[in-house]
Design a protein around this ligand. Structure first.
Ligand SMILES: *Cc1c(COP(=O)(O)O)cnc(C)c1O
Length: 382
């Protein structure tokens, strides 16, 4: 009899160092955008070898501000994968631009398909938003060439891939999220990286109501008043979150390495399990290890499987229900078929992956999953 374990899907790694950083901010008496935000932006840019970083209140805010700063609006189209978090599509609508859903390459390479993207180009296509799904880097040389050929803006949704080699380098901007289940967290928060100083300046203004100078800049500088040059938003980050971010950033590389080691353990264990379960992106080493997406054999009743795993203490999820199948999106865009995305999404099961796991937790998850799949008659086959 295997000893029962409780294995969470994801868990924030926060503790005393984060609590100390919060106390320091409280003691300093300045809690909105200030020195910690500036230090965090500088450190995050440096970690990625980038010149400009603008921190914001969420990854979604970062996507919205990037698209707005690029000047996207009504009549424009943005190519996005359907296999991503709904925020990608929502951010397009916020600007008035239309998100155009693109299929994946294959169930073994669930990145947005370059050839399907090509097929969906129109005279209105202005931008393409690639998503480093699960933490695996998209083929960025190819996407850069595609964007150059068709004169498109190239935006990276890098919410799954902080500190990954090659991330943010090719895009016109790259957006990261620090939500509680991401590789590093500030509870809520996000950041935009870019090589382009003008774009960074526009995003900075737009995050702060379109104002020409922020409160802290007026405090220290010669600006005693301000102009409003654009219709902006309040998408600011604050000192408390930035202080947590600085602590988390220091640990990010070690965490990413450990996540990759856990993924390798999953891959080896499934290969030896006889379960028929596979992991996509086999042979693609470049990953930040954000998700462990497993591909179930054909015909498995995933709902029953998830319930059985829950009873065994194992939390699982699905990444993602495809955007083009949501009722809101169908009501605006009509019904659409993306066969590979639909197949992948129907068979995908996200398994626990976070730095709080032990290697033995991975073995336990694979054992439980295999034993449920092998218990025929349990209703796990449709
Ligand atoms: C988390 C996430 C977002 C949104 O980030 P928030 O900080 O939650 O707004 C966008 N895209 C992807 C792929 C994500 O995983």
């Amino acid at each position: 009899m295997i000893e029962r374990r409780e294995v969470a899907l994801a868990a924030p790694a926060v503790g005393k160092a984060e609590a100390d950083a919060l106390r320091d901010v409280v003691d300093s008496g300045w809690i909105t955008m200030g020195e910690a935000v500036r230090r965090f932006e500088h450190a995050f840019a440096q970690r990625h070898d980038m010149e400009h970083a603008v921190s914001v209140s969420s990854g979604t805010a970062g996507l919205h501000l990037s698209l707005a700063a690029f000047g996207l609006g009504s009549g424009d189209e943005v190519l996005i994968p359907s296999l991503t978090f709904v925020a990608c599509a929502n951010a397009c609508w916020y600007t008035g631009a239309k998100p155009v859903s693109v299929d994946i390459e294959s169930v073994d390479r669930p990145h947005m398909s370059l050839s399907d993207a090509q097929d969906r180009l129109t005279s209105r296509t202005k931008a393409v938003m690639v998503v480093h799904y699960g933490g695996w880097l998209c083929p960025m040389e190819a996407w850069r060439a595609f964007a150059r050929e068709h004169e498109l803006i190239l935006l990276e949704d890098a919410c799954h891939a902080p500190a990954l080699n090659g991330v943010a380098a090719q895009g016109d901007a790259a957006v990261f999220s620090f939500y509680g289940n991401k590789n590093m967290t500030t509870a809520e928060g996000g950041i935009v990286l870019t090589h382009n100083p003008d774009l960074a300046g526009r995003i900075k203004r737009l995050r702060n109501h379109g104002m020409s100078a922020s409160t802290s800049e007026r405090q220290v500088g010669q600006n005693f008043t301000y102009d409003v040059t654009d219709l902006g938003f309040n998408y600011r980050m604050d000192e408390l979150r930035a202080a947590i971010g600085l602590v988390q950033l220091d640990k990010l590389l070690d965490w990413n390495r450990y996540r990759v080691a856990l993924l390798q353990r999953y891959r080896a264990a499934f290969a030896a399990s006889g379960s028929g379960v596979t992991l996509p992106f086999d042979g693609l080493e470049a990953t930040a290890g954000h998700l462990c997406p497993a591909l179930l054999p054909n015909g498995v009743n995933r709902k029953n499987l998830m319930q059985a795993l829950r009873e065994a203490g194992v939390q699982t999820s699905v990444h993602y229900p495809p955007i083009h199948t949501f009722s809101y999106y169908e009501s605006r865009l009509g019904s659409q078929k993306l066969p590979k995305t639909e197949t992948f999404a129907a068979r995908e099961l996200s398994l626990p992956l976070h730095p709080g796991l032990e290697l033995e937790d991975v073995d336990y998850v694979v054992e439980q999953l295999t034993s449920v799949l092998n218990s025929h008659g349990g209703g796990y086959n449709r």
